[in-house]
Design a protein around this ligand. Sequence first.
Ligand code: PMP
Length: 420
Amino acid sequence: TAMPSLHVFDTLESEVRSYCRSFPTVFSKAKGYRLWDAAGNEYIDFFAGAGALNYGHNHPSMKQKLLEYLLEDGVTHSLDMATEAKERFLERFRSVILEPRGLSYKVMFPGPTGTNSVESALKLARKATGRSTVIGFTNAFHGMTLGALSVTGNKFKRRGAGIPLHHTVSMPYDGYMGKDSDTLDYLESYLNDSGSGVSLPAAIIVETIQGEGGINEASIGWLQRLEGICRAKNILLIVDDVQMGCGRTGTFFSFEHAGITPDLVCLSKSIGGYGLPMALTLIRPDLDIWEPGEHNGTFRGNNLAFVTAAEALRYWETEHFAQEIAAKGEIVHRFLLQLVAEYPQLRGEVRGRGLMQGIAFSIPGLADEVSKAAFAKGLIMETSGTDSEVAKIMPPLTIDEPGLAKGLDILRQSMREAAA
Ligand code: PMP
C-alpha cells in the first residue's frame, strides 16, 4: 500500500475546519478492534467511535444482514413511515431489552444523533410539565445544539454559542464539591428556596458516568437520592445514556445497577450497532403527549441502521455478554490500579467501570502526552475531562483478551515514556 500523501493529510487538516481530533494519519480500513492506515500500519482501537462502536468495526453478522438487505432492495430511507426493518427492530428492542427489565417505555426516533435525543427529551419535559428550566450538572456533556448545549456543564463547549444560554441551571455533580460534601443537599436546598423566586425545573438531566466530563461516576446512593428528589418534587428525571448505554458500563442501560427508573432515556451511538447514525428516546408512556409532527426530522428512518441495530440485540438475548464485559472490565481495572502504583510520581487515579475506564492525571498535559505516545505505538485512545486530564480506555466491548492485553501493554509503555 502506498504511503498516505502528505497532500491529502494537509488538505484534511486545513479544510475540515471544525475537526478537532487529529491523529496524524489517514485511516483506510477497520475490523473488530483494529484500524489500518493507508500505509498499512495497524492500530488497536481504545476509542471505539466515542462509544458508537461497542460491537467493533464491520461486525461480520451485521455486515451480512446489511448486504442481504441491500441485495433485496430493502427500503433504505423511510422518514417516519412504517417498514419491516423498523418493526423488526422495535419488536426485538421490546422483547430483548425492555420486557426482561420490566420497562414499559414508548420508543421514539428523535433524529439520527444523540443530540437529537437530548433535544427531544428536553422539549417533551417542558411540554409535559409546563415548566421551562432544566437542571444539568457541572462537567456534563449532552450535545452541541442550543438546547443540549444549555445543559452541558462545560465552559469551553458553551463558548461556541457565543452568549449565555438560558433555561438551565448547573448543579455540582456527585463528588464535585469534594468527597465529604453532599451536592444533593445543595440541590435540595436550592429547590426548597421558593421564597427567592426559584421556580421548579421541568427536569433534571444526568449521565450516570460523565464520559466527556472525565469519567466521573455517580454513586448508586447519589443516583437513588436524585431520583427520590425528582419524585418528591414532581420533576422529570432524564438519563442521558448516549455514551454509557448499550453495554458500555456492563449492563445494557448504565442505570440498571442503581435500580432507578428514569422518566426519559436518551440512547444513540451504539444503538445502531454498526456505527450507523441512529437514536432513540424512551418515554414513560403517560408522557407521550406530542401530537404528530411536534417533533420530527428527515433522518429518523434510517433502515440500514434498524437492520444492524436489530442484529446487535442478539448480544443481549442472554446474560453472557454482560458477564464478558464484567470480566474484561475487571482485567482493565486491575491493570490500571497496578499501573498507577508502578508510577506514583505520575499521580494517576483510576476511574470508571465496565469498559468505560481511564486514568486521571493531576499533572497538566500528561494524559495528552500518554495518548500521543500510545498512538505512535499503534494504540488509539482519547482524552476527556475539562482539561483533557483523563486518558480514556474504551475499546469495543467485543474485543478479545489478547487484543485487550496488547492495547494495555502499549498503554504501559506509553506511561513509562511519560514518566521518564
Ligand atoms: N450525550 C452524551 C452523554 C454524549 O457523550 C454525546 C456525544 N459524545 C452526546 C450526548 C451527543 O451525541 P451526538 O454526538 O451523537 O449528537
